[in-house]
Design a binder for this molecule. Structure first.
Ligand SMILES: [Zn+2]
Length: 264
């Protein structure tokens, strides 16, 4: 688009940084243009008509103009805000973690339909108590990996190709699995004993967890949270999802640390 043309676009505010006395610089995730930086004059003033629509967690329709690397707000109307999240500290940290992950994995200038849908669905689930918070977190993490192009692949053992196994040894680096026989022969070669079910980068999970992972990878967005797991299996699913995402992104997140500290 040419400078000064008006553009109308929907997006969610994933970062809001105070600038000067009353201004804000926003990062906004849009389907069409990925992450964009948006400058908002006077957004922090109580009189600003953009006070709500430029807040973190707010999904708004923006009318923007572009000058150099920034977009400037001409109009902003909020469509949906997930402010109910702030009523609970653990949900607030988790919601912020979702946004932090989005800011890390999305880029400017590329369509991000899937990531936008994912974060909206996940924040909606959190705000409306759609299901267990841990399930929402794990599902978001796995699906974020799908959006990054590193889908976990639990279709067949990397060693022998078998499609089922009593125990799936999930590899958090490569995103696939070894069956027990193949992992044992691997570990024998490397003279490491299988003591704790999990060795190095492998997490041992049951077939039901493997089924849930495959479901989340392939589910239509509106069905994303429509699966069930026993309490025990959910623990493994939770651990697998978090470790896999952190391994793939290659960094930790302050908001995740705060969340984990909060729910201890
Ligand atoms: Zn095998």
């Amino acid at each position: 688009m040419a400078e000064n043309d008006l553009i109308k676009i929907k997006g969610i505010v994933t970062r809001a940084v105070q600038y000067k006395e009353n201004d804000k610089i926003l990062t906004v995730l849009t389907a069409e243009m990925g992450l964009i930086s948006v400058y908002c004059h006077g957004a922090r003033s109580n009189k600003s008509k953009y006070l709500t629509s430029t807040r973190l967690f707010c999904y708004s329709e923006f009318v923007l103009t572009r000058k150099k690397d920034f977009y400037y707000i001409k109009e902003a109307d909020y469509i949906e805000a997930f402010f109910d999240i702030v009523n609970s500290v653990d949900k607030l940290f988790l919601g912020q973690y979702f946004l932090e992950v989005i800011n890390e994995i999305c880029v400017e200038g590329e369509r991000q339909d899937g990531s936008l849908r994912l974060v909206l669905n996940s924040l909606y689930a959190l705000a409306s108590d759609l299901c267990d918070v841990k399930k929402i977190k794990s599902t978001f993490e796995l699906r974020a990996c799908v959006e990054m192009g590193v889908s976990p692949n639990l279709s067949s053992c990397r060693g022998c190709g078998r499609t089922d196994s009593e125990v799936y040894y999930f590899d958090v680096v490569n995103g696939d699995f070894f069956c027990r026989d193949c992992l044992l022969s691997q570990e024998r070669e490397r003279s490491i004993s299988l003591e704790n079910e999990a060795v190095g980068a492998y997490i041992a999970v049951s077939p039901s967890v493997a089924t849930a992972v495959r479901f989340v990878v392939n589910a239509r967005p509106e069905r994303l949270f429509s699966f069930t797991l026993s309490e025990e299996a959910m623990k493994d699913f939770y651990s697998l999802s978090e470790k896999y995402l952190l391994n793939q992104v290659g960094k930790s997140f302050i908001t995740l640390d705060l969340y984990n500290e909060q729910i201890k």
